[in-house]
Write a protein of this length. Structure first.
Length: 162
């Protein structure tokens, strides 16, 4: 007859048992050192009626969504500067003197090449578009008509104004 099976007897220690035992021993010694050092260490909740000190935490005030949506309706995400309007400046005939029509590109949508002789900046503008402070009202073969604040003037291709 066969004998009932016996559980095997371990002759060698488990590979991690000594590491775990060492870790637990170190944890117990650390807790004992904290207690002996005078630092109170509790794993339980404070007793009823005990004073608990906590620093006040200020939470930021968030305005209501209605206020934020109103702000977004009145403010543009991308700032587009408005046209500068001269209140008591020189008239159009004086301001246009610093501009010269240097060319016209003919085609389906003609384009005027206008140079500011003071700043040496060149503008490319089609009918209805703005350059500097002026709007190109009309482009013909030899001239352009520009407008500014209800006034109009003509720049000739030869560089003259009228």
């Amino acid at each position: 007859m066969e004998s009932p099976s016996k559980s095997p007897v371990l002759t060698e220690p488990l590979p991690y048992a000594s590491s775990a035992l060492l870790f637990l021993s170190a944890a117990v010694l650390l807790l004992a050192a904290i207690q002996l050092g005078g630092i109170p260490f509790r794993l339980t909740a404070p007793e009823k009626g005990a004073a608990v000190f906590a620093a006040p935490v200020a939470s930021p005030e968030i305005p209501p969504f209605e206020n934020l949506s109103r702000d977004f309706e009145t403010h543009s995400l991308f700032y587009v500067p408005k046209e500068v309007v001269a209140v008591q400046g020189p008239g159009l005939s004086e301001m246009i003197k610093s501009f010269q029509l240097i060319g016209i590109v003919q085609g389906e949508k003609p384009e005027a090449l206008i140079k500011n002789v003071t700043t040496q900046q060149t503008y490319f503008a089609r009918q209805g578009e703005k350059f500097d402070r002026f709007t190109v009202a009309e482009i013909t073969q030899g001239s352009i008509k520009v407008e500014f604040q209800g006034e109009s003037a003509e720049l000739l291709l030869e560089g003259g104004n009228s």
